[in-house]
Design a protein around this ligand. Structure first.
Ligand code: ADP
Length: 291
């Protein structure tokens, strides 16, 4: 098969592992930088031009689209869909999952546990917003943040008010969220491929840090999920329509609470923590669906 990986950087761990796993199965693996594709849209003959040539005879696509290029990356994925090529992440699901607020709304409709979250249109009445979220301590998150940047813990009402006023003044969109203290600075990442959990790890923030992101110095260990956690993660991926998903959740006194669902989850942390060959699971998923 000819499989395209949409990736801006051939040297990233995830990209390299997917190429390796595909080649091992005898596939032709082609890395395409989606930001350098030109899309030709005409009657019944959609095509993609890359490095001056038309991309032809592709059987499957594995999108690895960075958050900063979601708009263009999604357009390229959609173009492959127009060309009737199987993509491991659908363009619609990609757009849905990139919008943190929309994702939370969809997860809430699906009946999944979530930290209570309040969103307002730069409301001047910050104390009401704080009250609605259950009062301090609270977590305040920039809607466009990733890797834990733009996630702030406000210990008390005064700091919550001043942080909210500062963000509002900058016209930065934020959500205000109940702080789940009993998570103790840890979260769980569940990696799902085609409706099956292929790996799960617990990430613990460094001493004194409530954010568990590996990019913020956290560490990861393999973990056995409870049935409740596994079912919640699978349901979250399904409700967002993602074939490949990294579901992040907190362990709370009232069960698992979903934080977010990543549509291009990295392979390095999870393969290292679990020792599982997740890249090969992704290749098999493409094999099963692409013709
Ligand atoms: P990002 O998408 O930037 O990683 P997250 O929403 O995942 O942002 O938050 C980063 C980390 O902060 C999480 O992995 C978790 O450890 C911690 N965290 C986030 N929200 C809460 C919360 N409501 N209660 C407790 N800890 C949280």
């Amino acid at each position: 098969m000819k499989i395209v990986i949409l990736s801006q950087n051939p040297n990233l761990y995830s990209t390299k592992r997917l190429v390796e796993a595909g080649e091992k199965k005898g596939h032709e693996m082609l890395i395409v930088d989606h930001t350098k594709c030109n899309l030709v849209i005409e009657k019944k003959k959609p095509s993609i031009i890359y490095k001056g040539e038309e991309i032809l005879n592709v059987d499957g696509v594995i999108p690895r689209i960075g958050a900063s290029v979601t708009f263009y990356g999604t357009a390229v994925v959609r173009q492959f869909e127009m060309m009737k090529v199987f993509t491991a992440t659908e363009s619609q699901a990609l757009v849905r999952s990139r919008d943190k607020l929309r994702s939370l709304q969809i997860l809430s409709r699906a009946g999944l546990g979530l930290p209570k979250t309040v969103f307002s249109n730069y409301s001047k009445d910050v104390s009401q917003v704080i009250e609605r979220a259950g009062g301090a301590p609270l977590v305040i998150k920039l809607l466009e943040g990733t890797q834990g940047l733009g996630v702030v813990l406000a210990d008390n009402k005064n700091s919550a008010e001043s942080i909210l006023e500062a963000f509002n003044g900058l016209k930065a969109r934020v959500i205000v969220q109940e702080f789940i203290k009993e998570a103790k600075g840890a979260d769980i990442r569940v990696f799902i491929v085609d409706g099956v959990v292929v790996g799960a790890m617990k990430r613990q923030g460094k001493e004194g840090e409530f954010r568990s992101n590996l990019h913020r110095g956290g560490s990861a260990n393999i973990i056995e999920l409870t049935d409740e956690e596994e079912n919640a993660a699978l349901k979250a991926a399904r409700s967002l329509g993602l074939g490949i998903a990294g579901v992040d959740m907190l362990q709370s006194a009232r069960g698992p609470l979903i934080l977010e669902v990543n549509s291009s989850p990295g392979l390095e942390g999870i393969e290292n923590a679990t020792g599982n060959d997740i890249a090969s699971q992704i290749i098999k998923y493409v094999e099963r669906n692409a013709e």
